[in-house]
Write a protein that binds this ligand. Structure first.
Ligand code: ADP
Ligand code: MG
Length: 261
């Protein structure tokens, strides 16, 4: 259905690799500025908590992530990486400033519209998987697809699970799956609606090294095959290196953006 195979993002389709190569030749500092924005944060501030425990977490964040980019979000623990990711994914609203995702001003959407928008355009992967324990792997992937209006949700969910190597585990419940398998289900769930944007918060943080590497390959396969914009919080330098560039947070500020390639 149309909303599931959404191609209305600005500038799509285009040859991402050609644009990036061309820009690198021009020695541009920040390739993202020339790409249509997948995510644009302007003047974002966010405080959370109450009274004495209130913390100013995000401070005057301006961030432009181009369509089809892979960006690694790095920085010390407590610097605001997860909070920034949640704002960029439309799970948290800023106190001030604007958030545009795939051309949509998220501030203009009420809660229901925002939830629908996320369901169609943003895939989210957490460190601790966040699967629904009372649902099988297949249901975990199919139910959000069904909520987004897909008629063939269960068939597509089965395909997505097969694509992450879990074709033989569709009837298993999360407790019957290893950590790596649970994260594969979470990844299948995030990728199933073919979102324009995939955000992942330390997706390999709870996994051993070899299992983590398999998850990384699957994450980047989606990015490379489908042109999905990828924003990845990570402490793993090798994972950060695979991204087109990294953005470093320190005490709620963007410290610097660097070109990795
Ligand atoms: P990171 O992901 O970089 O480790 P977070 O975004 O999780 O950082 O948190 C940034 C800061 O905000 C931390 O100091 C954390 O304690 C604080 N924080 C996060 N969530 C809340 C909340 N709901 N209420 C109060 N403070 C919070
Ligand atoms: Mg975090």
């Amino acid at each position: 259905m149309a909303s599931q195979r959404w191609t209305g993002r600005p500038g799509f389709p285009y040859d991402r690799s050609r644009i990036l190569v061309g820009l690198k030749k021009d020695r541009m500092n920040d390739t993202s500025m020339a790409l249509p924005a997948a995510i644009r944060l302007s003047g974002v501030n966010l405080s959370l908590g109450h009274d004495a425990a209130r913390v100013h977490i995000l401070k005057n964040i301006d961030l432009h992530i181009g369509t089809g980019e892979a960006v690694g979000l790095i920085g010390p623990s407590g610097s605001g990486k997860s909070t920034l990711l949640m704002v960029a994914a439309g799970l948290e609203r800023p106190d001030t400033g604007q958030v545009h995702v795939a051309g949509q001003d998220l501030g203009k959407l009420d809660e229901d519209a925002l939830a629908r928008f996320r369901g169609r355009h943003v895939g989210i992967v957490f460190q601790s998987f966040h699967l629904i324990p009372t649902m099988t792997a297949l249901e975990n992937v199919a139910v959000p697809l069904e909520l987004a209006g897909a008629a063939d949700a269960f068939d597509r969910a089965a395909q997505e699970l097969a694509a992450v190597g879990l074709g033989a585990r569709v009837s298993h419940y999360p407790a019957q799956l290893s950590g790596g398998e649970q994260q594969r289900v979470a990844l299948a769930r995030a990728l199933a609606p073919h979102p324009a944007i995939l955000v992942a918060d330390e997706p390999t943080g709870n996994l051993d090294e070899a299992t983590g590497r398999e998850i990384v390959e699957l994450l980047f396969a989606g990015h490379e095959k489908r042109g999905t914009t990828l924003v990845l919080v990570t402490h793993d330098p090798s994972l950060a290196k695979r991204c087109d560039r990294t953005v470093r947070l320190r005490s709620g500020h963007i410290e610097r953006a660097e070109q990795d390639a």
